[in-house]
Design a protein around this ligand. Structure first.
Ligand SMILES: Cc1ncc(COP(=O)(O)O)c(C=O)c1O
Length: 402
């Protein structure tokens, strides 16, 4: 099968199977003793430092210091924990109550934001300020900066997605972050579609916080442990109020059962519970591949692979249909504004459905965002140029057939 849906669920790395079965065998033979002994597989993390090791592997992928990353929870849950800390609308005289988001924001982020506004007794319809895309589905930096200006005295927070989940547009994270920070607005990023896809330098860009999942470009498996970033400038001071649990304390103090909570330095103070070692083992296995390949090389191939797809799509000829073309590519043409995905908006949703059905029968998987968007994701770690060539050939046939 030609698998072009890595922006939904990434393919399973081969080493996940071997490493997770090593973990399961170790646990099966040792029970709780496995917590204190190294696995016979030197590649497997020990239970008690598993999340530190995985955070170390994660940090370079998002351009962070090791202590600025915590691998925990899931994207939406992590967003809630961070909003609990960073959205404090009643502080400072209650003048900063608004949250700026994008109009096409992923629904889960919207629900999270709405619930925090309501939690503070405020009205989501008043406090949430959406930035609209233009008629080409492009969310312009200019529109975002203008919205920041319009709410520079009332906005508490700017929360945007690094890469848009439907159009694949990559936002200008450093410029937007700097502009908001200069106006004392805190900045958070949803990196679900950016992490492992584009180069990120969260520390240098002075991002306040970020959240992501590990099951898309990071290939760690459905529902795999997600991650969060907390800039070091927050990690050195008390980040309060904050939801706390015993796993946010230094390892040496977790098991003392002391009444006094002592937070870890850095992002790991947001950890609440003991992590699933099975899951962390899978994430670690996948991130080792990123460490070996390096984000720069991954992005270099990605640019070529997606560019190749774009060229082939553009050169497709009308197979004799009365209406042509059948779609428009809504992902920006400029590589500065995109990662490893092209989204096609089809003029006829019914035709899209037939084409996707035909492709599936022919062993080609693409993603559909109903009613009219086809997302094609050439994932550089496992998709090849031959596959892209083959895909476009199959698409040409499918179109003629449909
Ligand atoms: C952009 C974006 N944000 C948030 C989420 C929600 O992620 P989770 O279910 O891990 O909380 C997703 C899931 O696909 C997403 O694509």
């Amino acid at each position: 099968m030609i698998y072009l849906v890595g922006s939904g669920i990434g393919l399973q790395p081969k080493n996940i199977m071997t490493r997770t079965s090593s973990f399961l065998n170790h646990w099966a033979s040792q029970g709780m003793l496995a917590a204190f002994s190294s696995s016979p597989d030197p590649e497997c993390p020990t239970w008690l430092d598993a999340e530190q090791l995985v955070a170390r592997l994660m940090a370079p992928i998002v351009g962070a210091r090791d202590d600025e990353v915590a691998m925990m929870g899931s994207l939406t849950a992590n967003l809630h924990y961070l909003l609990a800390t960073f959205y404090r609308p009643h502080e400072g005289g209650g003048c900063r109550t608004r949250i700026i988001i994008e109009e096409g924001v992923f629904n889960s982020d919207l629900y999270a934001v709405q619930s925090h506004v309501a939690w503070h007794g405020l009205e989501p319809a008043v406090e949430i300020i959406p930035v609209a895309r233009n008629r080409h589905d492009f969310l312009s930096t200019q529109a975002i900066l203008e919205t920041i200006d319009a709410h520079s005295n009332t906005a508490a927070l700017l929360l945007l997605s690094g890469v848009q989940f439907d159009t694949g547009q990559l936002l200008e994270i450093p410029q937007i972050t700097a502009y908001a920070r200069e106006r004392s607005i805190l900045v958070g990023w949803d990196l679900a579609h950016a992490v492992g896809n584009v180069e990120l330098r969260l520390h240098d860009w002075n991002v306040d916080f970020a959240v992501w999942c590990s099951y898309k470009y990071l290939n760690a498996g459905p529902g795999a442990t997600g991650g969060l970033f907390l800039h070091g400038k927050h990690g050195t001071s008390e980040v309060n109020p904050r939801l706390s649990g015993w796993w946010g304390m230094p390892v040496s103090q977790r098991f003392t059962l002391q009444k006094q909570y002592v937070p870890n330095a850095g992002a790991s103070r947001f950890q609440l519970s003991s992590p699933s070692i099975l899951d962390i083992t899978a994430v670690t296995a996948s991130l080792v591949i990123f460490e070996k390949a390096g984000m720069r090389a991954i992005v270099e191939k990605s640019i070529k692979l997606t560019g190749y797809l774009e060229t082939l799509l553009d050169s497709l000829e009308n197979p004799g249909l009365s209406a042509w073309p059948l779609w428009t590519i809504i992902t920006p043409r400029d590589i500065k504004y995109r990662g490893a995905m092209l989204s096609l908006r089809w003029y006829e949703p019914e035709c899209l459905e037939r084409v996707v059905g035909y492709l599936k029968v022919r062993g080609v998987l693409v993603d559909v965002r109903k009613p009219d968007i086809m997302r094609i994701t050439p994932a550089p770690l496992y998709n090849t140029f031959e596959e892209i060539n083959h895909f476009v050939e199959e698409l040409r046939r499918a179109v003629a057939e449909a």
